[in-house]
Design a protein around this ligand. Structure first.
Ligand SMILES: [Zn+2]
Length: 306
């Protein structure tokens, strides 16, 4: 059982201001926890490559991709929405973040690694077909899913998203594409105010009320996700791994604990072992309470190890 961790120093250089919660220290907090827990030494480390325009084009509008390249500033900061901005390193970091998921997919498909965790930023699940928003530029997990369909010729890819926010971008991209099942739990009502409708059998949106705890989350996963995943029989599972539903994270109001992230990872792994030859690629989305983030990622990776 080999687990890879895919990251790149470029992902630390993207910054959106001194007090922005989506900060480079998030990756350091994860790295520190992996080191102190001893996990770091049993993971295979890989550098994230840059995603190519061809890979991005599978899920994003060509003109939108061009606009992100053109807006990339030589100096200073350019704001794309009230909480999403680019500095001179953002474009490269965003390309690495999407490229990490592509590399993870290639590695698990080749059997080089049973699972991979992409320790990258900026996150991706709010990025729509032609729109950057909510700290996201390119939809990293969607780029990986499209790569799996097109290059590895898979017919059924599942994306699991337990970030506290609904992944409006991922739903936007795959709404009409039944080869990709999207399962999401998220606080509702809450940013970005999407996900209240299950528009098709392959879109499994499960809103949770503010204050919902780990038991409510587990009940929702057991009731809504697991039967759908078992009938879908995914050949590969991708995880939009956001840890901002943690009780210590004041970005939102859910009350999950480290062990809830371990539990859901174990359930996903059971499905992957049964239908997908164990293949899982997980990519960091949210998670802003640094200590809780580091611990929760360690619990997540431990559960991937089994
Ligand atoms: Zn989030």
């Amino acid at each position: 059982m080999t687990i890879s961790i895919i990251s790149h120093p470029d992902c630390m250089l993207h910054e959106m201001g001194a007090h922005h919660p989506e900060c480079p220290e998030r990756l350091s907090a994860i790295n520190d926890q992996l080191l102190s827990s001893g996990l770091d030494f049993i993971l295979q480390h890989h550098d994230a490559p840059l995603a190519t325009r061809q890979q991005l084009c599978r899920v994003h509008d060509v003109k939108y991709i061009e606009s992100i390249f053109q807006k990339s500033p030589k100096e200073g900061q350019v704001w794309l929405d009230p909480d999403t901005s680019m500095n001179p390193h953002t474009l490269t970091a965003a390309l690495r973040a999407a490229g990490a998921v592509v590399l993870g997919v290639d590695m698990v498909m080749a059997g080089q690694s049973s699972a991979a965790f992409c320790n990258v930023r900026p996150p991706g699940h709010h990025a729509e077909h032609d729109k950057a928003m909510g700290f996201c530029f390119f939809n990293n997990i969607a780029v990986g899913a499209a790569h799996a369909l097109q290059v590895h010729k898979l017919k059924r890819v599942a994306i699991i998203d337990f970030d506290v926010h609904h992944g409006n971008g991922t739903e936007d991209i795959f709404r009409e594409q039944a080869e990709v099942m999207y399962c999401s739990t998220f606080q509702h009502p809450f940013y970005p105010d999407s996900g209240t409708r299950n528009t098709a059998a392959h879109i499994v949106n499960v809103p949770l009320a503010a204050g919902a705890d780990g038991q409510a989350f587990r009940d929702a996963v057991k009731l809504h996700w697991l039967p759908k995943l078992a009938s879908f029989q995914p050949e590969l599972i991708l995880i939009s791994a956001g840890f901002d539903a943690h009780i210590e994270d004041d970005m939102a109001n859910l009350q999950l604990l480290d062990q809830d992230f371990a539990w859901v990872t174990g359930e996903i792994k059971n499905i992957a072992d049964k239908y997908a030859k164990g293949r899982i690629v997980s990519a960091l989305e949210g998670g802003y309470a640094l200590s809780a983030l580091g611990r929760s990622v360690a619990a997540h990776i431990n559960a991937l190890l089994g």
